[in-house]
Design a protein around this ligand. Structure first.
Ligand code: SAH
Length: 219
């Protein structure tokens, strides 16, 4: 974004250096992507200074866009590579989708609140993210039509991972989610030769993943 005022680029560089690199995130692709994505464009109603603050930001409808450090942490746990295909559940503002779209080949992102899906779609279009598709629905079932995915990312906290999502993960695919109704923990599931390996990470606080399908074991 060469036409962008210099002070916004400065705020963003400072965000990456002080909030993210200093806390130990080293994934070069993620650091570069977060230096490029204009976070303030995703957070209307907030000042640019607020957008680059070290915290989550309200985006309406009771939802939030995560703290920059948490976006960086989740993104680097995804270990994104050029050309990979991503499914995100919980579009919100579209910011996390844009960060992964800077790196990967294609991002499909699902949001259940229609007003949020619509504004994220318009915003991502306007900013030129042609490799992102926003769908409006309950993301519990994932999106089998375009499976498998190298990366599946939940940006809302689920008490358990919806089973259809594991089926839509490619071999060597990574599924990252905040798990737990009470204390939540970022959890990474990696599929290798058909079996799932699980790792626990950072303690976090996300808004809940809301679905009427929880408890339905047939899915
Ligand atoms: N990734 C977003 C922040 C997500 S906040 C960003 O970068 O701004 C969590 C989002 O998940 C909310 O917008 C919420 O409406 C959505 N959500 C919750 N349950 C969902 C479900 N079952 N399917 C799809 N989206 C869901």
């Amino acid at each position: 974004m060469s036409s962008e005022p210099e002070h916004l680029q400065r705020l963003r560089t400072r965000m990456v250096e002080q909030q993210i690199m200093r806390r130990g995130i080293t994934n070069r692709r993620v650091l570069e992507a977060m230096t490029r994505v204009p976070r303030h464009e995703f957070l209307p109603g907030n000042t640019a200074e607020d957008a680059y603050e070290d915290g989550a930001v309200a985006i309406g409808h009771g939802q939030t866009c995560s703290q920059p450090y948490v976006v960086a942490y989740m993104s680097s746990w995804c270990d994104p590579h050029p050309g990979e295909r991503v499914l995100e559940l919980g579009t919100g503002s579209g910011y996390q989708a844009a960060v992964l779209a800077e790196i990967c080949g294609e991002v499909i992102t699902i949001e259940r609140v229609e007003a949020l899906a619509e504004s994220a779609r318009k915003r991502l279009d306007r900013l030129g993210y042609e490799n992102v598709t926003v769908l409006c629905r309950d993301g519990y079932g994932g999106y089998p039509e375009a499976a498998p995915y190298d990366i599946i990312l939940l940006t809302a906290a689920a008490p358990k991972i919806p089973p259809p999502l594991f089926r839509q993960l490619s071999d060597n695919g990574r599924l990252i989610a905040p798990v737990g109704p009470g204390p939540q923990r970022v959890t990474r599931y990696t599929k290798q030769f058909g079996s799932i390996h699980r790792e626990n990470g950072l303690d976090v606080r996300f808004v809940p993943f809301v679905s009427e399908h929880f408890g339905d074991d047939r899915t």
